[in-house]
Design a protein around this ligand. Structure first.
Ligand SMILES: Cc1cc2nc3c(=O)[nH]c(=O)nc-3n(C[C@H](O)[C@H](O)[C@H](O)COP(=O)(O)OP(=O)(O)OC[C@H]3O[C@@H](n4cnc5c(N)ncnc54)[C@H](O)[C@@H]3O)c2cc1C
Length: 336
């Protein structure tokens, strides 16, 4: 396994930010990963794991080892009358895995079609879209801990999944590498077309299949979201804030066009895009960064953008939203 030194990460993050790492390695198996981590040179340096870099903002160079776990095997672990247990390596491209499952008629991943990134990152923020979340199908996560190179197996319940959240963003952050994820997929899929756009697109289809759901969602996404190959972005830069119902209902009284989404007993999720749009940021540009004209949740990094410029813009947005609505929004992207 080659260890690259002073490696430029510009092509390894979808914001296209220039940042360098002291060391970079792509171990292709758990054995290679263990060899790397037991080497005296790398054992004690700061470490970070990367997938496709579609949810990372580098604010500076990284003075340590960045690891891309290039573990790419996919295997059926077992099956019963109702379910397939599919184990995939952290380095498998997420959408290739979704395609693999959908082509075989195994349901559960189709609503998560066309999300950029690798399989190992799916549990980290419990990826979600179009009424589905990774937690609904994750059965087991294999995690190699730096400390003592212990191999842990976490059941879905032990992963502490929440809205764009998991134990891997909290207690286990920076503590090791997700090497494999096992998914429980249904052999008798039910269609999840609750989202307005999806329902409309499937309106004329009698008994839609998961393959049709995948294709509809992929085309909606490519229409709505900017392609990182064209302009740097990480999809939604911010999370939707969850607020107490008194705050939500008060805002609703003031702004009839605000949509509220129930999120628990006494709380509602507010659309951060709406809040940002109301503050006038949509479609604006400052220097080499800006806010997407069709989707205010998406910040854009034009050629030459720096992490600092993005952070400054995001802080201005957070402050303005707070002043106008007294609501806190926070980044979804991982700032490193
Ligand atoms: C256009 C666009 C659309 C998007 N749409 C969505 C969406 O609809 N829903 C959604 O949830 N997200 C979305 N995202 C965000 C992103 O695609 C997901 O968060 C994705 O899971 C990130 O995968 P990645 O491999 O690029 O992870 P990275 O960006 O490389 O890493 C993300 C975080 O996970 C950690 N990590 C990655 N791999 C591992 C591992 N093997 N072990 C331990 N830690 C690891 C990293 O250290 C980092 O903290 C979108 C991004 C873009 C650019």
């Amino acid at each position: 396994m080659e260890i690259l030194k002073n490696y430029n990460l510009k092509n390894k993050n979808t914001l296209g930010l220039n940042a360098r790492t002291k060391y970079y390695a792509e171990p292709a198996s758990v054995e290679q990963l263990k060899l790397l981590l037991s080497d005296d040179i790398y054992r004690y340096v700061p470490k970070m794991v990367i997938g496709a870099g579609s949810n990372i903002l580098f604010k500076s160079d990284f003075d340590g080892l960045i690891i891309f776990p290039a573990i790419k095997d996919i295997k059926i672990l077992r099956e019963d009358a109702d379910f397939i247990y599919l184990r995939a390596g952290a380095g498998v491209v997420w959408d290739n895995l979704v395609e693999f499952a959908v082509d075989r008629g195994w349901g559960g991943m189709e609503n998560l079609s066309s999300i950029p990134g690798c399989t190992g990152a799916a549990p980290v923020q419990n990826i979600g879209a179009y009424g589905a979340e990774a937690k609904d199908i994750i059965f087991l996560v294999e995690f190699l801990q730096y400390d003592g190179l212990v191999e842990n197996k976490l059941s879905s319940g032990e992963c502490g999944f929440g809205y764009r959240d998991s134990i891997f963003k909290r207690e286990l952050k920076g503590k090791g590498v997700i090497t494999y994820v096992t998914f429980r997929l249904s052999k008798r899929p039910s269609i999840n077309a609750g989202y307005e756009d999806v329902r409309q697109a499937l309106n004329d289809v009698n008994q839609p299949t998961i393959s049709q759901v995948r294709s509809v969602i992929s085309s909606i996404r490519s229409r709505k979201l900017p392609d990182p190959a064209v302009v740097g972005n990480v999809g939604s830069f911010f999370k939707n804030p969850v607020v107490h119902k008194t705050v939500a209902l008060h805002l609703k009284e003031l702004y009839q066009d605000l949509k509220l989404f129930p999120a628990g007993e006494d709380t509602y999720k507010l659309p951060a895009a709406w809040l940002i749009d109301k503050c006038g940021f949509k479609g604006t540009r400052t220097g080499n960064v800006g806010v997407h004209a069709n989707q205010a949740l998406v910040l854009l990094a034009y050629e030459g953008a720096t992490g600092e410029e993005l952070i400054n813009l995001s802080e201005t947005i957070i402050k303005t939203v707070k002043e106008r609505f007294n609501v806190d929004i926070e980044p979804e992207v991982n700032i490193c």
